[in-house]
Each structure stands twice: as structure tokens, then as C-alpha cells.
Design a binder for this molecule. Structure first.
Ligand code: SF4
Length: 86
């Protein structure tokens, strides 16, 4: 089911453990050794000054994002589901 949702990554909290990468391949290692989100085409990507990335997706990978969020030992990832798309 296609769902619109947002994924928030707090890069200040991220510890570079990379438990998220194996759950959702949209999380990738950045040159600074921390995780970043590779939204690819079709996502809206915002990066705030405090180091938080906020990406809006409309796809079928909500579960993978939620698994990545649950796997993160420092709770740096938050998934914010929107209403299901009809
Ligand atoms: S699992 Fe959490 S701490 Fe580890 S790289 Fe991903 S966001 Fe960072």
C-alpha cells in the first residue's frame, strides 16, 4: 500500500552504529561517518540547521523505515505516518 510518511533523522543524536542501514537501504553512511538519508527521486528532502534531516516519502516502504527507527539504539530516527493514500 502506498503511504505518505515522513522520516526524521537527528544527526546530532546519531552515533554511527549503522543498525539502520541493514533495515532500510535509504539510510547510507555520509562522509562524516554518520547516517544520512538518500531519498532518491520523488522524495522531498529538508535539512535543518540543527542537523535534523526530514524527508517526505510516498511509497510502500513505511515498514522498512519503521524497522530502521526501532533498530536505532539512540532513537535518532522517527517515522511519522500520514494518512493512507486512496
Ligand atoms: S542506527 Fe541510529 S545511530 Fe546508528 S547510524 Fe542509524 S541513525 Fe545513526
Amino acid at each position: 500500500m502506498t503511504t505518505e510518511y515522513q522520516v526524521r533523522l537527528d544527526r546530532d543524536a546519531c552515533d554511527g552504529v549503522f543498525a539502520c542501514l541493514v533495515r532500510d537501504d535509504r539510510f547510507v553512511e555520509a562522509s562524516d561517518g554518520l547516517a544520512t538519508i538518500d531519498g532518491g527521486d520523488g522524495s522531498q528532502h529538508e535539512r535543518t540547521v540543527d542537523g535534523t534531516e526530514l524527508v517526505t516519502f510516498t511509497d510502500e516502504q513505511l515498514t522498512a523505515a519503521e524497522q530502521a527507527a526501532r533498530a536505532c539504539p539512540v532513537d535518532a530516527i522517527e517515522v511519522l505516518p500520514e494518512e493512507a493514500d486512496e
